[in-house]
Design a protein around this ligand. Structure first.
Ligand code: DX5
Ligand code: ZN
Length: 217
């Protein structure tokens, strides 16, 4: 069984709590929060104050995806009682092992994201310390982009390494996920599927979450 983390990037920010209530109603597993700084990626979304204001308005755990430079300066801003994962980008961290430790010392599970062009091998030495690996299946910065097929190879490789080395990180995919490719992604060994436009673009959001969950169960 795989899990669904709808991304609020495609939600109506003017009524964020209501939008999150819709995915909770449909049975989503996490709220995926895309934090963008206009530097690491060409777009700006929101920061710690928004994440903190949503905490307590839902019982869903938070999966915080930091698409920001120097994340080590900001990580504490995203720690709330509901923050389960904080995910930083491999490409944004000069001292990746130290940043992973920083997240864990705050009592939060640590994840690292890989841009499409970044090989899995860059994580070789830190995989034993990770709770989650996020495979980007689009170049980060925007919702609604097309799924890059070679992300599937990375999922399979990460699942294979996990088995061979007896590790226990969860594998997440983000970008271009929809009802048509969800089954194949799950079958490749992915544990958490992020979906933004495919969830919040639906006329009936709770029903769309249920449609995903029927595929992922
Ligand atoms: C992209 C973000 C994604 C985005 C996915 O930079 O990290 O989480 O919301 O959006 P869709 O599902 O529309 O590709
Ligand atoms: Zn994301």
């Amino acid at each position: 069984m795989s899990k669904l983390a709808p991304s609020i990037l495609s939600a109506d920010f003017s009524r964020l709590a209501e939008q999150i209530a819709l995915i909770e109603q449909g049975g989503a597993d996490y709220v995926h929060m895309d934090v963008m700084d206009g530097a690491f990626v060409p777009n700006i979304t929101f920061g710690g104050p928004v994440v903190k204001s949503v905490a307590g308005r839902t019982s869903l755990p938070f999966d915080v995806h930091l698409m920001i430079e120097r994340p080590e300066l900001r990580i504490p801003d995203f720690v709330t009682p509901q923050t389960e994962f904080i995910v930083v980008h491999q490409e944004a961290c000069v001292h990746l092992h130290r940043v992973i430790q920083q997240i864990k010392d705050l009592g939060v599970k640590a994840g690292v994201a890989l841009n499409p062009a970044t090989p899995v091998s860059t994580l070789e030495y830190v995989l034993p310390y990770l709770d989650l690996v996020l495979v980007m299946s689009v170049n980060p910065g925007f919702g609604g982009q097309k799924f890059i097929p070679f992300a599937m190879d990375k999922i399979a490789l990460l699942a294979d390494i996990r088995k061979k080395k007896g590790l226990d990180y969860v594998i997440e995919i983000d970008g271009g996920v929809n009802l048509s490719n969800a089954a194949a992604i799950k079958n490749a060994g992915c544990d958490i599927l992020v979906a933004g436009s495919a969830v919040f673009g639906a006329a009936d959001v709770p029903e769309r979450v249920r449609e995903f969950q029927a595929i992922l169960k």
